[in-house]
Design a protein around this ligand. Structure first.
Ligand SMILES: Cc1ncc(COP(=O)(O)O)c(C=O)c1O
Length: 386
């Protein structure tokens, strides 16, 4: 066998890819598993997406390679969406870069801006891709603390005291996954000043902005934002289109052009019908989000009862498609406890440690299941003795 590149030794297999193999094995052995782990929206995308996709699939040129910068219809719709929802004006020509999902943008930005010797500030707890993409780029991820007592916002003054000189990039993500915490414009303003003071590129990852969130916000709304911040957005959660792989990177042309230098050497544009479908849904009215959130709200109530039954404590005001809850203090080993829940009840919950040390005492429940399925999971918890 050929030896793998040593960079792959810097991180292991993704937790879910390993754990879901175990879950599949339990299913094969006859356990009726309810997966409340993964956040893959189960609801249908807007019909407008399907219609635009099928229509576009019959157009001449639809199946050819596409522009590296996305079709103009998608950039126009995205620019309009940013104005309507966030009050942010983006230049059509060069301040929006459509992406195959926002996750690839994390990789592109990392490859474009990081190298050996650079430090990247990553949230703890936080989305594991920030850390692993930093490692792929040979940079060093440095976790910064997010704590319940600070509303899961970083303490920038504390961070500043121990900031390494070679810190070059910082990942932030509000509404935050996994905690469901929200930021404020005042916090974004502080963050931009922090980035400007220390010459740190602030990368805001914003895929949950419309889920159970009354105040969708963009970091780019700040007048100085484009100097030092970029933002990733995505249609995966906002329009139940996770499998379509449509996202975008927004910000100053210089930052986007560096990311595009990476992306254009890996990909070859995005499937045109998917881009036109994305453009169609970005033009939908607020009522789309209203009805989506009615469903998530119903689910959230049952998921909260489930967590309460287990003795977990959750903040009621969480945004996004998950509930984040503190495990009961009498449980010593959360992973062992969740494994016992899985084996005894067939309900799979995500342990918070996979998002970082500050998640160690927490569990995460996904709202990507119907009320019936969540109700069944709740019934099973009632029979489970801690
Ligand atoms: C915080 C965060 N960022 C980015 C992503 C990736 O989303 P996309 O489907 O747009 O690649 C996810 C997906 O779960 C996420 O939780």
């Amino acid at each position: 066998m050929i030896k793998k590149a040593s960079r792959l030794n810097k991180f292991g297999e993704y937790y879910f890819s390993k754990k879901l193999r175990e879950v599949a094995q339990l299913k094969a052995e006859g356990l009726d598993v309810i997966n409340l782990g993964i956040g893959s929206p189960d609801l249908s995308p807007p019909q407008e997406a399907i219609d635009a996709l099928t229509q576009a699939a019959n157009q001449a040129g639809a199946h050819q390679y596409q522009s590296y910068r996305g079709v103009p219809e998608l950039r126009e719709a995205a620019a309009d969406w940013y104005v309507r929802n966030f009050g942010v004006t983006l230049n059509l020509a060069d301040e929006i870069l459509p992406l195959i999902g926002s996750k690839e943008g994390i990789f592109h930005l990392s490859m474009a801006y990081l190298e050996a010797g650079d430090v990247v500030l990553v949230p703890d707890p936080g989305y594991p891709a920030y850390t692993n993409c930093a490692k792929l780029a040979d940079a060093t991820p440095l976790p910064y603390d997010l704590k319940a007592e600070n509303g899961w916002l970083p303490d920038l003054a504390a961070l500043e005291k121990h900031l390494p000189e070679n810190a070059k990039m910082m990942w932030v993500n509000y509404p935050h996954m996994p905690t469901g915490a929200r930021a404020t414009q005042a916090f974004f303003a502080e963050l931009i000043e922090f980035g400007l003071r220390h010459n740190i590129l602030i990368c805001h990852d914003n895929p949950y902005c419309f889920i159970l969130n009354d105040e969708p916000m963009s970091i780019l709304n700040h007048p100085k934002a484009k100097q030092i911040a970029v933002e990733l957005n995505s249609l995966s959660k906002s329009y139940n289109m996770a499998g379509w792989r449509v996202g975008m990177l927004c910000g100053a042309a210089e930052y986007l052009s560096a990311a595009q230098q990476v992306s254009s050497n890996i990909g070859s544009g995005m499937f045109k019908p998917a881009q036109l479908a994305a453009a169609a849904v970005l033009r939908l009215e607020q009522s789309w989000f209203d009805s989506l959130n009615v469903q998530y709200q119903e689910r959230k109530i049952i998921a909260a009862q489930l967590l309460q039954t287990l003795g977990c404590e959750a903040e009621p005001e969480q945004s996004g498609m998950f509930i984040w809850a503190k495990a009961p203090s009498n449980i010593d080993d959360i992973e062992v406890w969740l494994d016992r829940i899985l084996h005894d009840t067939g309900v799979f919950l995500t342990p918070g440690f996979i998002f970082g040390n500050n998640g160690a005492r927490y569990v995460r429940v996904s709202l990507c299941n119907t009320v019936e399925v969540l109700g069944e999971a709740l019934e099973r918890m009632k029979d489970f003795g801690n």
